[in-house]
Design a protein around this ligand. Structure first.
Ligand code: CA
Length: 503
């Protein structure tokens, strides 16, 4: 099989992307000959487009032709004008609800069942919550001992993870937006991978109290240790070891069982994107997401600034007006948040993006949105909220990898799929992270950090469906504990940067 010269994303598209540089005169596909040199990752017209005609990629209008464009011509960023995106107040909802999704090859996975209809766990972990950074030093010493002396006795438990963070004191605890970090830490304490076992360490004089972290019914000497009530260091360590052992005994009784996909909750995010991200890695993730959703699973995608400029397209995919209005509200909240911080989100795409073939903000946003697949959006969450619906969910979070990660963990994800073009060794302690890279060079460079290579899509050696299906299996295998991702294997655990808009 020869290497195809182009990538066309959607049947409706009237442009395709050059896999490599295409020389003038090359037959690109039947009936289309390159009218001039087409640079790698740039667009070529697949039919004659009249003046003011729509230029369609990803099945959406990227812009309108300033002058007539002939079939086979290179379309660069100077040749189209932006469509006027409706403001978030004028979005239409539920006008693009796709129900024709790919069937998943399997509809079950092996996970840890949780009570009360909660999502299943992908790992069996003793999570130790903290109310304030002041306890971290003592807790870390104790956790080191727990891992050496206790964990080997309980082979069904995978790990012991302290939930250390910088929140808790010296913060505007009564500010309206303090609800975001407080919600994040409350939800993290009850992550599905912790099996409902609560263990909390507080100091005793912090602003963020145990009463704010836990429900009243959960506050008991069985679950909470306050260091200021202990007689020195040895007494603290002894209390921590004793409580940990009791929790480990209970967790050790947990066993994996076959669960329906409806018990699986995963997150998607990307970082260090390049021109191929929106062509290879993100659409593959989107295909896997569509399969998961078709099978009943729940998939979160996030990163407000990455979708902001294509948000009306998400509005059309919201199942109803209520969900759409929540989407609009989250976008407005973030617009104000950036405005208050005097952050400018214009100057997008960058010159590098344009060189890489991205004509405008719609095209860039579409590349990012591609990781959400095509499913209808059944719910929109504020940062760190837990889902109440099953299916594809937009969970509004900052785009920063190390802030989005903890937000999605607080929402309860058992696994995160992370797409990258330029590479990052990012990982999380509470849930495994699967890395998907956008091009072959990245995989060659980081053989032992990238789990799935979507690069063969760009070279025509694989299709989006091929890599999407491969990724689907990888998600199921890692979620089921049959495989480890590289980040998990090497224990690449980033700190939990808790989103705190109430500074
Ligand atoms: Ca990110």
């Amino acid at each position: 099989m020869g290497v195809p010269l182009y990538i066309k994303i959607n049947d409706k598209d009237n442009v395709a992307i050059a896999v490599n540089d295409i020389k003038a005169g090359t037959q690109v596909m039947e009936g289309v000959v390159a009218g001039q040199d087409i640079p790698q990752a740039h667009k070529i017209a697949l039919c004659d487009i009249p003046k003011d005609g729509a230029i369609i990629r990803y099945g959406v209008v990227l812009g309108y032709a300033i002058d007539p464009i002939s079939k086979g011509q290179w379309i660069n960023e100077k040749m189209l004008v932006l469509p006027t995106p409706p403001s978030v107040d004028e979005m239409t909802f539920a006008t693009n609800l796709v129900t024709d999704l790919p069937n998943p090859p399997v509809t079950t996975w092996e996970g840890y069942e949780n009570p009360d209809g909660g999502y299943g766990g992908t790992r069996n972990i003793l999570g130790i919550s903290t109310t304030v950074q002041c306890v971290t030093g003592v807790l870390n010493v104790a956790v080191e001992r727990m891992k050496k002396e206790l964990l080997p006795k309980y082979p069904n438990v995978d790990d012991i993870v302290p939930i250390n963070h910088a929140y808790g004191c010296g913060v505007a605890i009564n500010a309206p937006e303090a609800k975001v970090p407080i919600r994040a830490l409350r939800n993290l304490a009850k992550h599905p991978n912790f099996g409902g076992e609560l263990m909390v360490v507080g100091l005793g004089c912090e602003k963020f109290t145990v009463e704010m972290l836990l429900d009243e019914a959960d506050i008991s000497p069985e679950n909470v240790i306050i260091l200021q009530e202990k007689k020195g260091f040895d007494d603290m360590i002894e209390a921590l070891m004793e409580m940990a052992e009791k929790k480990l005994q209970k967790l050790n009784e947990r066993k994996r069982k076959t669960l329906p996909l409806s018990d699986l909750l995963i997150g998607m995010q990307c970082g260090g994107s390049d021109a191929f991200s929106g062509v290879t890695a993100n659409p593959s993730a989107g295909y896997a997401a569509d399969m998961l959703v078709k099978g009943g699973a729940t998939v979160l995608f996030s990163e407000v600034t990455e979708v902001r400029d294509g948000v009306y397209l998400l509005g059309q995919r919201c199942v109803n007006e209520e969900v759409g209005k929540k989407l609009a509200a989250e976008m407005k909240w973030y617009d104000n948040y950036l405005l208050n911080g005097e952050v400018d989100r214009s100057a997008n795409p960058t010159p590098g993006n344009k060189k890489g073939g991205l004509s405008n903000i719609v095209e860039k946003a579409m590349g990012s949105i591609a990781k959400s697949g095509t499913s209808p959006i059944v719910e929109v969450l504020s940062p760190a909220e837990k889902p109440s619906k099953k299916g594809l969910i937009y969970a509004a979070t900052p785009a920063s990898d190390i802030v989005c990660g903890p937000c999605q963990l607080a929402s309860g994800i058992g696994l995160q799929v992370f797409m990258t073009g330029r590479g990052t060794p990012y990982g999380l302690a509470i849930a495994p992270v699967i890395k998907v890279c956008s091009r072959n060079d990245m995989k060659m460079q980081w053989q032992d950090l990238i789990d799935v290579n979507a690069g063969p899509i760009a070279t025509g050696e694989a299709t989006i469906q091929d890599i999407g299906t491969l990724l689907f299996h990888q998600i199921i295998d890692v979620a089921s504990g049959r495989k480890e991702s590289f980040a998990e294997h090497y224990k690449l655990h980033n700190d939990l940067c808790i989103f705190n808009p109430a500074l």
